[in-house]
Design a protein around this ligand. Sequence first.
Ligand SMILES: Nc1ncnc2c1ncn2[C@@H]1O[C@H](COP(=O)(O)OP(=O)(O)OP(=O)(O)O)[C@@H](O)[C@H]1O
Length: 292
Amino acid sequence: MFIFVVNKNSGKGNTLKVWDEVQLYLQSKKIDYQVLVTGSKEDVLQLRTLIKNVHTKISGVIALGGDGTSQEVINQLVGTEYPFSVIPTGSGNDFARARGVDRNLRREVERIIGGRQEKIDLMKVNNRYCLTVIGLGFDGMVAQVTNQMRFKKWFGSLSYILSVFKVLRTYKPSSVRLTIDGEYIHYDKVWLIAIANYPYYGGGMKICPYATSQDGLVDICIVHGLSRWKLLLLFPSVFKGGHVKQKGVNMIQGREIIVNSDKQLIIHGDGEIIGSTPITITIEKNALNIIS
Ligand SMILES: Nc1ncnc2c1ncn2[C@@H]1O[C@H](COP(=O)(O)OP(=O)(O)OP(=O)(O)O)[C@@H](O)[C@H]1O
């Protein structure tokens, strides 16, 4: 038995259409499933009840949505053995991108149904688990502007790039004190800090190219000390991960990161606003089963 959580509001609004196709395939193969169609984050809480009431073996819980939907679903699955996967129908889809998705829907569903399982690490902030990247400062603001954008549905992953240019015009960098596994580091003029379990965010920006969800560590990218113009020039290199070799970019790894800043910085996790500084981020090894 598979359980599907379908976020009818994700991406360009065609998630229900994709679900219809998936459903046809499941029925043609006589695969047992249940579905929860959700219209808000709060609806995902019904997943627990659904799981409790299923009396056959659950082979997987599959989200149809983007990274925000995935975050909601995995927060219901941590502590269980049920494996998670996603059929990407969101705007950014950075978790799916990192795993490598088959563009052919039928093959993607087949892969999920027959897939092997593996354990991955998750990042934890204030009792909330995040899958891909947590971003602070400039990044937090970009996520906020993107989520408020009326045309996000139309622009898909391009909406993150449009927001970058919008935020770049007015954002002011700040001083940040990082404590990484007990060691203090002070940075001035910090534009952004990205803390990653997977390489991508913002619909394909390879912010931490070497991040892997199976090493018990987060990769941290700190962009600091640059003028607005230099930041703009650095921007194109992030799509291939080339920014990591440039001046003004520091890469560090760690297990526990405490962030303090001279002004309150907005924080996103998987593209969703999850709080503001000061904040502590930890990594939990092997916290989630996924279908790979
Ligand atoms: N299961 C759910 N059902 C309905 N709404 C949800 C669910 N999970 C999250 N949401 C809300 O729906 C919004 C959109 O979902 P999601 O983030 O998955 O799609 P997206 O923003 O298009 O894609 P991405 O995050 O990959 O850019 C989220 O910002 C969140 O507020």
